[in-house]
Ligand binder design. Structure first.
Ligand SMILES: Cc1ncc(COP(=O)(O)O)c(C=O)c1O
Length: 340
């Protein structure tokens, strides 16, 4: 019980996931001899192809011409069967509100808001204007020792809509980075208050927290864990996932078995590792990428209670559920299940 106040103190710190993908960085490795690139004939041909002017006017008018003008090989697409895509490319060339425009001019409804991240709609004039205005005023400025007013204003606005007690925002470039940052803050927090043994993390089966090493370590997607097991963090354990078919049978909506499910933390995980070795529990309030799983009623609330009782931090990864996607600002808006 003694560690509860400390945990609550930490609740003043908020890691808000703000996905600002500012730049795609492409690293081109060249073999240089005497300062000049040494290129094979094939490479030279490819470079010449790449240097062709970008296909602008032809885009909408002639999809075949567009395809011929593109070097499809250069871009290694993430989480995609590259060979299959490149044999039958599905290219979109524009977007407005809920629809993409395909290269052939067809309108395609973006029913998922892309990756649940364009919920305000595509190419909304107010948003486009705001981005253009800022790009023309101050296009880039780091936050290392210098600052700019917009970052402070944005953080202030996020705090205003964040759950009670969350007063600080740490901006990052992606969901994966937000998870790594939350894990790092947990370790630093415990260390600074003299609880350096708290180094373990508890994730959940079928959880997805990004394809980075930290995210895959606490995540519970078997394919990642098999492929990259050698590089994953040690000292991580996982709760059961929340798809409890037996108790869900014939139930409309959420069953009321959440508290019992969360008891696994108290009765299996904590006795196994000892609470004084556990830094944080990390879950998605509603699982997304590993299967959309709404937890049974009472689950998050009981996790909260158990974590508080044992001085363990509770991290909610709201990359998918935050900012109004569940109908309220965040799943964490319900105070009984607020994360630390
Ligand atoms: C819950 C959750 N966390 C983290 C991530 C990783 O985000 P990103 O792809 O921006 O790194 C995702 C991506 O879908 C996610 O769903």
């Amino acid at each position: 019980m003694s560690s509860i106040p400390a945990t609550l103190t930490f609740s003043r710190a908020l890691v808000v996931v703000v996905v600002l993908v500012l730049m795609a960085r492409v690293v081109i490795v060249q073999s240089l001899v005497g300062g000049e690139p040494r290129l094979s004939a094939k490479r030279r041909a490819r470079c010449a192809r790449i240097r062709r002017p970008p296909p602008q006017d032809i885009v909408m008018n002639d999809p075949r011409q567009l395809l011929q003008s593109l070097d499809l090989e250069a871009f290694w697409m993430p989480l995609t069967s590259n060979r299959a895509f490149k044999q039958a490319p599905r290219l979109v060339v524009g977007a407005k509100d809920m629809y993409y425009t395909g290269a052939d001019g067809r309108q395609v409804m973006d029913a998922m808001a892309t990756l649940w991240c364009v919920n305000a709609g595509h190419c909304r004039p107010r948003i486009v204007e705001a981005i253009a205005r800022q790009a023309g005023t101050l296009d880039y400025c780091s936050s290392y020792s210098i600052g700019h007013p917009v970052a402070f204003e944005a953080a202030h606005r996020v705090v205003q809509i964040a759950p009670e007690g969350m007063k600080h925002v740490f901006f990052v470039n992606s969901g994966s980075e937000s998870v790594d940052t939350a894990l790092k803050i947990s370790l630093a927090y415990h260390r600074l208050r003299g609880a350096a043994t708290r180094t373990r993390f508890i994730g959940r089966e079928r959880g997805f927290h990004g394809a980075n090493i930290g995210g895959m370590s606490v995540g519970g997607v078997p394919a990642y864990r098999k492929a990259f097991g050698a590089a994953l963090l040690p000292h991580v354990d996982h709760l059961r996932h929340t798809q409890d078919l037996a108790t869900r049978a014939f139930v409309h909506g959420q069953s009321d078995t959440g508290a019992a499910l969360a008891e696994e933390l108290e009765h299996r995980i904590i006795p196994l590792h000892d609470a004084i070795n556990i830094a944080a529990v990390i879950v998605e309030p509603v699982a997304g990428a590993g299967g959309v799983l709404v937890p049974p009623q009472g689950y998050l609330e009981r996790l909260r209670e158990i974590c508080d009782r044992h001085g363990i931090l509770l991290i909610f990864d709201e990359v998918i559920t935050g900012f109004g996607r569940l109908g309220r600002r965040s799943r964490a808006s319900s105070s009984a299940s607020c994360p630390t």
